[in-house]
Design a protein around this ligand. Structure first.
Ligand code: ZN
Ligand code: ZN
Length: 272
């Protein structure tokens, strides 16, 4: 079965990843508005009603903006843990079709085998996901202040890893954010830096061999795609490696960007 993964948006304003496996599809996060989500799915031949589910990492608006309207309109279940569902329905003041999965537990969503992975972020009960379908494994974690053991483990055997690369530490420290916000982002409940993402990629590839990595959830103020990629190149050089040990690409904040296909190499669209 051919599996395709589309990054529809990834950043501090909106996040949505669309997985298509044959005639089945799944969303990870629904941070775009419902009209945009529908249009972007239909452009890729996916009707909203054909979604098996909408996985939600946590209740922050950049991850859930279109989630409840989409689930209610097309009867697609929101899939996440009890803490996130409770926080989401309280903030929306209405509910929607849903299926609970325990943090660090497994659930089948159509043909997709899903594991919710605990991460470390200032939300009710934030998670990343490991999704298995048709022999492909996708690991996904953004909005986490640390690379948790659950996420690190989930990367083993994954063909595609989407990992947060939120900020350049120097740019954040000397940038315009107020001190309390800088402290929050740098804390273990905040966001992963370019350094942390590259540490994960290097240690993972050293132990488990190559994979495709998508640097995700970049900050608009404290990072740029070029900065994140340059940091990766610098790290490869500093390690004394002759060639990059992994395919590393950057997901764009505000528009659809990366596409991953199991039968062909990942394609980077109009990065700069
Ligand atoms: Zn976010
Ligand atoms: Zn968040």
């Amino acid at each position: 079965m051919d599996i395709t993964v589309y990054c529809l948006a990834s950043g501090s304003s909106a996040n949505a990843l669309l997985l298509v496996a044959g005639g089945d599809a799944l969303l990870i996060d629904a941070g775009l508005g419902v009209r945009t989500l529908r249009a972007e799915m239909e452009k890729r031949g996916v009707a909203p009603s054909s979604l098996s589910g909408i996985l939600l990492t946590h209740e922050h608006i950049d991850h859930v903006r279109g989630a409840v309207p989409l689930a209610r309109k097309w009867g697609v279940p929101l899939v996440t843990n009890r803490g996130t569902l409770g926080a989401l329905f309280a903030q929306e003041r209405r509910d929607a079709p849903c299926r609970e999965v325990a943090t660090n537990g497994d659930v089948g969503v159509g043909p997709f085998g899903v594991r919710a992975l605990s991460v470390s972020h200032d939300a009710a009960d934030p998670v990343g996901f490991r999704v298995c379908v048709g022999g492909a494994v996708i690991a996904y974690a953004t909005d986490t202040g640390t690379v948790t053991p659950a996420f690190r483990e989930a990367c083993v055997g994954a063909s595609l890893v989407a990992v947060e690369s939120n900020h350049d530490i120097h740019k954040l420290r000397f940038g315009p954010y107020p001190e309390h916000l800088k402290t929050r982002i740098l804390s273990r409940w905040g966001h992963l830096s370019n350094n942390a993402a590259c540490d994960l990629i290097l240690s993972h590839t050293h132990e488990h061999g190559p994979a495709c990595f998508w640097l995700s959830h970049l900050s608009e103020t404290n990072n740029t795609p070029r900065m994140a990629l340059n940091y990766w190149k610098k790290r490869v050089k500093a390690e004394g490696l002759r060639a990059a040990p992994a395919v590393v690409e950057v997901a764009l904040r505000d528009r659809p960007s990366l596409v991953y296909r199991t039968r062909s190499r990942a394609v980077q669209l109009a990065l700069f």
